[in-house]
Write a protein that binds this ligand. Sequence first.
Ligand code: UDP
Ligand code: MG
Length: 151
Amino acid sequence: RASMELTFLAIKPDGVQCGLMGSSIKCEKKGFRLVTMHVHRGSEELLKQHHIDLKDHPFYPGLVTYMSSGPVVTVVWEGLNVVKTGRVMLGETNPADSKPGTIHGDFCIQVGRNIIHCSDSVKSAEREISLWFKSKELIELSTFLFWWVWV
Ligand code: UDP
Ligand code: MG
């Protein structure tokens, strides 16, 4: 069912250090279901894999250093169109292009320190969720959201 779509969101080390975790977890109020959440000290190897599609870009080494510089908070969200809506809630990749009201628009300034990640497609979400979580960590739950929010 489309309503059972999942996405992967990560509060990056700068978001954690700057006290922006609470502000970045807006998805619950929006009406999505938190499937699992973890505070993770992302290893360099894991972050290299996470951003492997960018490996040929000049900013890749700096991106991996930044992303593995401290704990990250990883979250899986479930709900109708959650991949697309997650990206809309984040704003553009570059905070300077992001509208107020989005997380990038409200809480950060530059692309290399943009505090939060969200999967860009259903396929990326599947890859990222399996990279960061074991399937037994994905908690299934029947919730009232299905009938009252997602249908
Ligand atoms: N990034 C960067 N410089 C750039 C483009 C991207 O430092 O010129 C970083 C930025 O933190 C971004 C991440 O690399 O969030 C992943 O880039 P991608 O193009 O996948 O954008 P996203 O999916 O995060 O919007
Ligand atoms: Mg991306």
